[in-house]
Design a protein around this ligand. Structure first.
Ligand SMILES: Nc1ncnc2c1ncn2[C@@H]1O[C@H](COP(=O)(O)OP(=O)(O)OP(=O)(O)O)[C@@H](O)[C@H]1O
Ligand SMILES: [Mg+2]
Length: 218
């Protein structure tokens, strides 16, 4: 299993705590793709943050890529995430002062990889951006920025990729191409994929659909 989550609970907020996750159970096998659906505010992004090691569960077991998250401190978790878990977000989140190539080089450098520059170029070429290596995010279209985000997420060859509404800021045609690309790159790297989406057609392309409601999966 790439994800083994049991009875995961997440409560956030100070004076008026919100019980966002109330006992989530989820198992995702190696190579599997899972669509995560649920109404706005149901806790999809929060669940992703917990499973990606960005947010700590209040209680419950979170075992991801063989790591018991509860047993790791912040620093160990940050190191462990590198190269194992890739994340693609709705709003791209590229570093604005870095070119496309430099953005993709960052996770490879953090991983201590060899041939970082060449690998970043190869990843960008694989997403159709071989001619945009030295462009800054502001010089790229939304769809192109999302291609860079996919290249960056997959460059370290993670065993698990999360995508949180990766087509949310794109028109339908561009979004469809980005989804094709995400599935294609994922297949090429054998990664498991958890994709948060409101798009039923996209959800059907996954091996399995799960839905968050009332803080639990059904
Ligand atoms: N730091 C926080 N403190 C308190 N409540 C929070 C915090 N972060 C998120 N929430 C609440 O948790 C709930 C779930 O938020 P989350 O962003 O996970 O939903 P979502 O399913 O991703 O929604 P959307 O589809 O709109 O992106 C929301 O009601 C939100 O207000
Ligand atoms: Mg969300």
């Amino acid at each position: 299993m790439v994800i083994a989550a049991r009875d995961v609970r997440l409560t956030l907020g100070g004076a008026e705590p919100v019980e966002i996750l109330r006992g989530v159970d989820l198992a995702v096998a190696a190579g599997e793709s899972v669509a995560l659906l649920g109404a706005s505010g149901s806790g999809k992004s929060s669940l992703m943050a917990v499973l990606a090691g960005l947010e700590r569960a209040t209680s419950g077991k979170v075992e991801v890529t063989g790591l018991d998250f509860a047993a790791l401190d912040e620093d160990a978790l940050a190191v462990a995430r590198r190269g194992r878990i890739g994340i693609v977000l709705q709003a791209f989140h590229l570093l604005p002062t870095m070119t496309a190539r430099e953005n993709v080089m960052v996770p490879l450098e953090l991983q201590g990889a060899d041939d970082v520059r060449e690998r970043a170029e190869a990843e960008l070429t694989a997403v159709g951006l071989g001619h945009r290596l030295d462009h800054y995010p502001a010089q790229l279209s939304g769809g192109e920025q999302q291609r860079v985000a996919i290249a960056r997420a997959l460059a370290p060859r993670p065993s698990l990729v999360f995508a949180d509404e990766p087509t949310g800021n794109l028109d339908a045609a561009t979004g469809a191409r980005i989804v094709d690309l995400l599935f294609e790159r994922r297949r090429a790297t054998d990664a498991s994929l958890v994709i948060i989406t409101h798009d039923a057609a996209l959800a059907r392309r996954c091996d399995r659909i799960v839905e968050l409601a009332d803080g639990r999966l059904r």
